[in-house]
Design a protein around this ligand. Structure first.
Ligand code: MN
Length: 337
């Protein structure tokens, strides 16, 4: 009996542990055979690229996040915060995301033309499909060393061609150009060396034969309405991020009864609020409500700074900082709508 109960208890504990544990990331199924893209991409390159390189990124990412707080984050979250997660997460999360996209936009039976909506956007910005291809080839050919060329949807829902080094991509906070990729060209030598050796331009000329514009068009439609686009836009609001850092580093210690940080940094907080007011607000967050909340932030942080200067009692500082924290979350909340 006792043993049975102990066994059941152990089983329940194991189940509970399993339920809080995130699933490890997995290599996605390849939608075609290794030789399907011949003669443009040879079977051996495909097999090594998919089953060793991509598998390597997945395995190394799982290893890098195992047992850390990053384990519970989505791949998107890992990319958005890659700048502060160290090289193993940055390189392998990028490698996993980038290759997943790459396999999806290649096909043995590719659609030759984009959807009407994507076609229109291409004509508006690049004139013709060929000039867009030239811009992408140019970005891919001029990437020194390893990296990717991208067609992305930017936060203002325009198309943009850009390129990133290594396994970075434009979702990442570390990328200069930001947006959601809808087409990516892998220009690591592992993507073409066996067949094309050092002739990257021959590989770039060939790849359009297996580039599926139907898949790219679907990604375009999804990207236009993807909430990720707004998260990227918010992430480019540096002044808000700067204010957030000071708020987090003073408010949370205060919650634990430590008022030293806020007594030392109230002046800095006031300055960050003023910088928020004078720095540009990203277009879709520039509303009357948010502008008013920023004004409230300035008033609140000025009042708090004054209290700290006059050596006010802990209770006064606590209630003022709590109110300021609420105001900050009004902005954060309005941004998420
Ligand atoms: Mn690759």
């Amino acid at each position: 009996m006792c043993i049975t109960i102990r066994f059941i208890a152990a089983a329940i504990a194991a189940m509970a542990a399993a339920s809080v544990q995130s699933q490890p990331l997995e290599l996605p199924k390849l939608g075609y055979a290794y030789n399907a893209l011949e003669p443009y991409i040879d079977a051996q390159t495909m097999e090594i690229h998919y089953s060793r390189h991509h598998q390597g990124y997945v395995s190394n990412l799982n290893k890098a996040i195992a047992g850390t707080t990053a384990e519970k984050l989505s791949l998107e979250d890992l990319l958005l915060t890659s700048g502060r997660r160290g090289d193993a997460v940055r390189n392998n999360a990028g490698g996993h995301y980038n290759h997943t996209l790459f396999w999806e936009i290649l096909s043995a039976t590719p659609a030759q033309t984009p959807s009407a909506a994507l076609q229109q956007a291409i004509i508006r910005q690049y004139g013709t499909l060929d000039s867009l291809k030239n811009a992408l080839n140019q970005a891919a050919a001029s990437r020194f060393g390893s990296g990717w060329a991208w067609l992305i949807v930017t936060v203002d829902k325009k198309l943009q061609v850009c390129s990133t080094p290594n396994q970075d991509n434009p979702i990442m906070d570390v990328s200069k150009e930001r947006g959601i990729p809808i087409l990516g060209i892998d220009v690591w030598e592992h993507a073409y060396y066996l067949k094309y050796q050092n002739k990257r331009s021959d590989y770039l000329a060939a790849i359009w034969n297996v580039l599926d514009w139907a898949a790219v068009s679907r990604k375009y439609d999804v990207a236009l309405n993807d909430p990720l686009l707004k998260r990227i836009e918010k992430d480019t609001w540096q002044a808000l991020k700067d204010f957030h850092v000071v708020m987090a580093q003073t408010f949370h210690p205060m919650e634990d009864g430590n008022l030293k940080p806020i007594r030392e940094r109230a002046g800095e907080m006031k300055l960050k609020a003023e910088l928020l007011k004078v720095s540009p607000i990203p277009a879709s967050f520039n509303t009357a409500e948010i502008r008013k909340a920023i004004d409230d932030l300035i008033k609140g942080s000025a009042a708090l700074e004054k209290s700290v200067r006059k050596k006010a009692k802990d209770d006064t500082i606590k209630s003022q900082l709590t109110a300021l924290h609420d105001t900050f979350h009004v902005i954060q909340g309005l941004c998420s709508h």
